[in-house]
Ligand binder design. Structure first.
Ligand SMILES: Cc1cc2nc3c(=O)[nH]c(=O)nc-3n(C[C@H](O)[C@H](O)[C@H](O)COP(=O)(O)OP(=O)(O)OC[C@H]3O[C@@H](n4cnc5c(N)ncnc54)[C@H](O)[C@@H]3O)c2cc1C
Length: 388
């Protein structure tokens, strides 16, 4: 076993940490208050190569693997969840679905521009009546000559209003349903018949743009199919599996930032004539945070190692998402408590962190769904199928 990061990965962490401190930290409050995606900062991240972290060099990426991508997401997650979400949807869902499902031509057409930040990506699965039950999607793709015509709606799409390129899952054979009758497409959003809805008003992630998307008689060439016709559900589920590892990394960063804020404040704040750091109740909260973060760190980077070495990782990826989001929520809840009234003040970062952290238990498959997926894998290992 080797618990050391490679020199390249250490250098990447240093680069991202400096970038996040110098470029992102100063604009976080403004983006939250104004509900405006800080795209100038995201473009700067592209200039130093960060938007192609896991993508192989031949397609314009950094070739830093899943481990490198997790380092990027952890370091961004330490500073701002909105930027992390924009970048995560762009790389982990948008680019990754194109990389996993695209042939050489599709990869060469889209990935270099996405890695360089000349274009932005999104990933459209959820629909008004298909959230956790993703297989019940209704958006229809009908073959017409060399094209498919898309009609229907997607909901809650991160980067929806700013994306140039979008991976979309649509039903091509209603008789077969999503498993066998759904096809993944990469579409260019400038096409006629594409419409992004208004920005959703969310509890947190104010700097991350989310909207519904409507496809009305929207034409996409059949050469833009990702993977095989009828097997798009597999491309989308594989993308989400990998995405869950990096979501665990992002929540790790958020939890680490919460712990640091707890330590800093507990040293400063005095009550009953001594720093609150000397109160056992505060010490216990900090010890619990530190222990949980350490366990999460091991899980996330071991799972990234499994991905990078081509080993099975689906169960562990679900665990990264499940534990990461719950540890992240618990840590930010504790740090609000440690700050007392100030933790409830909009002037303090921990209040924003509290609002921003909650979503990780919901998106990319709710935690209830993760528990189902993990249990499914556990039973599969002992030869039992639990899905009807
Ligand atoms: C900020 C934000 C960004 C998002 N970004 C994207 C994106 O980029 N692309 C995209 O496609 N989607 C995106 N989503 C959608 C997100 O993935 C879904 O919201 C999520 O999968 C849950 O679906 P739902 O909201 O319809 O909840 P529902 O499926 O309606 O679930 C409601 C509740 O019922 C529970 N539940 C449902 N079924 C079961 C079951 N079988 N067993 C136990 N409990 C169950 C759920 O866990 C949940 O607690 C985003 C959502 C948000 C809020």
């Amino acid at each position: 076993m080797d618990f050391e990061f490679s020199r390249e990965h250490q250098a990447l962490r240093k680069l991202v940490r400096e970038f996040a401190e110098e470029e992102i930290k100063p604009i976080v409050k403004r983006a939250d208050r104004e509900s405006k995606p800080p795209m100038d900062v995201v473009k700067k991240a592209a200039e130093i190569g960060l938007l192609g972290a896991p993508i192989p060099r031949e397609y314009g990426g950094l070739g830093a693997g899943e481990t490198g991508y997790c380092i990027l997401m952890e370091e961004l997650g330490r500073v701002d969840t909105s930027v992390t979400t924009i970048v995560g949807a762009h790389i982990g869902l948008g680019e990754m679905s194109i990389y996993l499902g695209g042939d050489k031509r599709i990869r060469e057409t889209y990935l270099p521009d996405l890695c360089a930040g000349r274009k932005f990506a999104a990933f459209a699965l959820t629909e008004p009546n298909a959230g956790s039950d993703a297989a019940s999607i209704k958006l229809r793709a009908t073959r017409e000559g060399d094209s498919y015509i898309l009609d229907g709606q997607k909901m809650w799409i991160t980067n929806g209003p700013i994306a140039d390129v979008m991976s979309v899952l649509a039903i091509t054979d209603p008789a077969l349903g999503a498993r066998g009758g759904a096809t993944a497409f990469v579409v260019e959003t400038q096409g006629e018949g594409f419409k992004a809805g208004k920005y959703e008003h969310k509890m947190g992630l104010h700097g991350s743009p989310t909207s519904a998307i409507t496809f009305d008689n929207f034409r996409v060439p059949q050469t833009n199919v990702l993977g095989q016709v009828g097997l798009g559900f597999v491309v989308f589920m594989q993308t989400l599996d990998i995405g869950r590892v990096s979501l665990g990394a992002a929540t790790l960063g958020g939890a680490q930032a919460a712990l640091q804020a707890a330590l800093d404040w507990a040293k400063l704040r005095e009550q009953f004539g001594r720093p609150i750091a000397q109160m056992q109740s505060i010490q216990f909260m900090i010890a619990d945070m530190a222990a949980e973060i350490e366990a999460l760190r091991s899980l996330v980077y071991r799972t990234a190692w499994l991905v990078d070495h081509g080993k099975p990782f689906v169960k562990e990826a679900g665990m990264c998402k499940l534990l990461g989001s719950e540890i992240g929520s618990r840590c930010i809840d504790r740090v609000v408590q440690i700050h007392g009234a100030l933790g409830y003040s909009r002037d303090f970062d921990v209040e924003r962190g509290f609002r921003d952290a909650r979503i990780a238990e919901i998106f990319e498959g709710t935690n209830e769904i993760q528990r189902i997926l993990i249990a499914e894998q556990m039973f599969r290992e002992v030869g039992v199928r639990i899905r009807p």
